[in-house]
Design a protein. Structure first.
Length: 317
């Protein structure tokens, strides 16, 4: 069987981990697994190339290597959103035109966007840079609620670790689940990870509220296990329901109901991480009434289930 030729296009300073995400999946030769891929690296300017880890690596091939690639991987790009030399974007477009699969890991998606390969397509990138991608390239449909997006000829992954998820997915698409499982087993990883990247996103700091709302927010947060309606919140604040809703919109950028749901989900995440309480008990404690309701909101807002979240982040596991 002819080896599928994978070429990673590097740029300094290069993230070693993002490069290794692709190299480990496509470039490692295993004694008990038949080789299906070859792996090379190249750069716009061959020679010593700085990394984000403080050392340099030697890249001995230039962009001409892309002409031989079956898959081109762009393993991140630093700094994110930096202009990509026209010679690089043209080389990517040329590879795509002749049928090579173009793959971006993390911020590499912005490079593909600059090359026009994501126009009119759904794509993802690290949650920290999703807004930058969406603002800079309005023709790209940015989805930050996934680990990767694969269109067959073009694929993008979320943040660094999701590059491994995407590469294993591509192996699974190329050679089947059993072969991908062998590769994943060697890496001591699950062949398929549950959920989306939103479960990994940092919980945002609470928006600043003026002195009139701060006591209400503290009061409500300490009573999440009770029924907190808009009328009850308004009564506690000494305001009309309409005025309270307006102040939430002005000061927090959301509605009372949406704010309450976010607090309940955050509290549920903490309990899943730090306790072994049953999901039903957690749902009651955070005011979501039932495990069914908690699972529904978890799936809708975090792209995973309470059980899967606990398996990933639980301190008592």
């Amino acid at each position: 069987m002819d080896l599928h030729r994978v070429v990673a296009l590097l740029n300094e300073p290069q993230s070693p981990f993002e490069l290794a995400s692709a190299a480990e999946v496509f470039g490692t030769v295993l004694p008990d697994v038949p080789a299906r891929y070859s792996f090379r690296i190249c750069a716009g300017l061959p020679g010593p190339l700085r990394t984000t880890a403080g050392y340099a690596m030697l890249v001995d091939a230039g962009l001409e290597t892309l002409r031989e690639a079956d898959t081109v991987v762009v393993p991140g790009w630093q700094p994110p959103g930096a202009p990509v030399p026209p010679v690089v974007t043209e080389a990517l477009r040329a590879a795509h035109r002749r049928g090579a699969r173009i793959v971006a890991i993390c911020t590499g998606a912005i490079v593909l966007a600059q090359a026009g390969l994501l126009d009119g397509r759904r794509a993802t990138t690290h949650w920290r840079h999703a807004a930058r991608l969406a603002a800079g390239f309005p023709d790209v449909q940015v989805d930050q609620d996934v680990l990767f997006v694969d269109h067959g000829d073009v694929a993008t992954s979320a943040g660094t670790g999701a590059g491994i998820d995407l590469c294993l997915h591509l192996v699974r698409s190329d050679h089947g689940a059993a072969y991908a499982a062998q590769v994943a087993r060697n890496m001591v990883l699950p062949p398929h990870r549950e959920g989306s990247q939103l479960q990994y996103a940092a919980q945002p700091a609470p928006a600043r509220a003026d002195e009139s709302l701060a006591p209400l927010l503290e009061w409500a947060t300490s009573r999440l296990d009770t029924r907190l309606t808009l009328d009850r919140l308004a009564e506690q604040a000494g305001l009309s329901s309409r005025t309270l809703a307006r102040r939430f919109a002005e000061q927090l950028g959301t509605s009372p109901g949406q704010w309450l749901l976010a607090q309940r989900l955050d509290s549920a995440r903490v309990l899943l991480e730090q306790t072994d309480l049953p999901v039903e008990a957690i749902a009651t404690r955070v005011g979501l009434a039932s495990a069914v309701n908690l699972r529904r909101h978890f799936r809708a807002h975090l792209g995973t289930t309470p059980g899967a979240y606990r398996r990933t982040f639980g301190e008592t596991r």
